[in-house]
Design a protein around this ligand. Structure first.
Ligand SMILES: Cc1ncc(C[n+]2csc(CCOP(=O)(O)OP(=O)(O)O)c2C)c(N)n1
Length: 405
């Protein structure tokens, strides 16, 4: 069968020979020649070769203390995530999008960022939010229906979560073009030059907005890095329904360098994100990173992945767990002992306990607060809409208290 033949696009038949064949092809580009990896799944520090050679220099200064810091971040973020999943099951959140399995991709990339760098996330970037100093409890507001966001983006340089797939890539590109015009790129001043990182999923690459963002950022040489977490699934649609080439190769068609990194290797993720953001800050233009990883849980708490993926696939990825890998590395090298690991677990537990209380005691907002924070300055049309809404609510004032609440 010729290499270009695929099954009926979008068709329901997952078992046709053509589709089976493309699934076998899928790991293309994950060997050491093409995928950056610095720590093996068994926790061994690898001699950089192939794709890793170029990037290893970016983490030469990383100390044991730094690796311990990344391990701590990942453990806390995983604990936070499992707590939020439990809170959803208890009816405290309307929905939750778990990051289970993607901790290294997020902490490695998040730790590569400088204070002035700006992040445009999707809805699953709890680990990057943690690295940017967004307090975990504020991430719950949107999922509890208690806020339209929850944090001040300008305080943390971390935009609000985006549910509309791929749209954040356009926002990121626009913001990056703004940085150029504000002379915050390529000045050589380390505290001034900034990069923007847009997070997206593998499924988002099928979205027109993402292609438009790649075109604009390339032709305007905007300082934006597209960080694609390829977690293999776009809800129930596998990678094979998103692309016929490894995703990192896509960007070169737009004139943007692309790199594939082992997204379960926090050190490698740190290295490639440092490299790409430094490029962007210095005025050399956009970059594309594909972090090859896996979504271990459901897409969101509304989803049942057993309907579309096989257990063996999940079992295979368990062996590549991003946290177990760093733990093995730290234990092997003697950089941490059991007492230290226990301390980190205790800290994560404490954060989870505080989170539970914060979630349950989160105040319900006044309904008219949805008109706040839409525009930075007064806006006549919005003011009129608010007035109309308040008048509508006042119409219930004579009803019993329960009805007007
Ligand atoms: C424009 C748009 N189309 C469809 C959806 C519904 N939707 C929500 S998540 C999702 C899949 C996204 O998959 P991917 O980009 O791989 O990210 P992941 O959730 O796997 O991290 C879809 C289609 C949406 N939110 N926005």
């Amino acid at each position: 069968m010729p290499d270009t033949v695929v099954g009926t696009a979008g068709g329901p038949d997952r078992t046709s020979p053509a589709v089976q064949r493309t699934q076998e092809d899928h790991p293309r580009g994950t060997g050491p020649d093409t995928m950056v990896q610095l720590i093996s799944p068994e926790g061994e520090r690898l001699d950089p070769r192939g794709a890793a050679e170029e990037y290893a220099a970016y983490v030469e200064d990383v100390t044991d203390d730094d690796v311990r810091g990344m391990y701590r971040d990942m453990v806390i973020v995983r604990r936070f995530d499992s707590e939020a999943t439990a809170l959803q099951r208890q009816g405290e959140l309307g929905l939750w999008a778990s990051l289970l399995g993607q901790e290294a991709a997020q902490v490695g990339s998040g730790r590569a960022l400088r204070r002035q760098d700006y992040v445009y996330p999707t809805y699953r970037e709890h680990g990057v939010a943690w690295c940017k100093g967004v307090p975990p409890k504020t991430l719950l507001g949107l999922y509890r229906g208690a806020s339209l966001g929850g944090w001040d983006p300008a305080e943390h340089n971390f935009a609000l979560y985006t549910i509309v797939i791929g749209s954040q890539c356009l926002h990121a590109t626009g913001y990056a073009m703004g940085l150029q015009r504000d002379h915050a790129v390529g000045t050589g001043e380390p505290d001034r030059d900034a990069a923007v990182v847009a997070y997206l999923g593998d499924g988002a690459t099928s979205q027109g907005d993402v292609s438009e963002a790649l075109v604009f950022s390339a032709v305007y040489n905007a300082p934006v890095v597209f960080f694609c977490q390829n977690n293999q699934w776009a809800i129930s649609e596998p990678n094979t329904r998103q692309t016929r080439v490894p995703l990192f190769q896509r960007s070169s068609g737009f004139g943007i360098p692309g790199v594939r990194v082992d997204g379960n290797d926090v050190l490698a993720t740190l290295a490639v994100t440092r490299a790409m953001t430094e490029r962007a800050r210095s005025g050399q233009g956009p970059g594309f990173i594909e972090a090859y990883t896996y979504r271990m849980g459901a897409h969101t708490t509304s989803d049942d992945p057993t309907r579309y993926r096989i257990a063996a696939e999940v079992e295979e990825w368990k062996l590549k767990d991003p946290i177990a890998r760093v733990k093995a590395y730290l234990a092997r090298s003697g950089a941490a002992d059991e007492a230290w690991f226990a301390e980190v677990d205790a800290e994560a537990k404490q954060i989870a306990t505080e989170l539970r209380t914060a979630c349950r005691t989160m105040p319900d907002p006044e309904p008219e607060s949805m008109f706040d924070d839409v525009y930075a300055e007064p806006h006549a049309v919005l003011d009129a809409e608010r007035e109309e809404y308040l008048a509508y609510r006042a119409g219930f004032a004579d009803d019993s208290e329960g009805a007007s609440a």
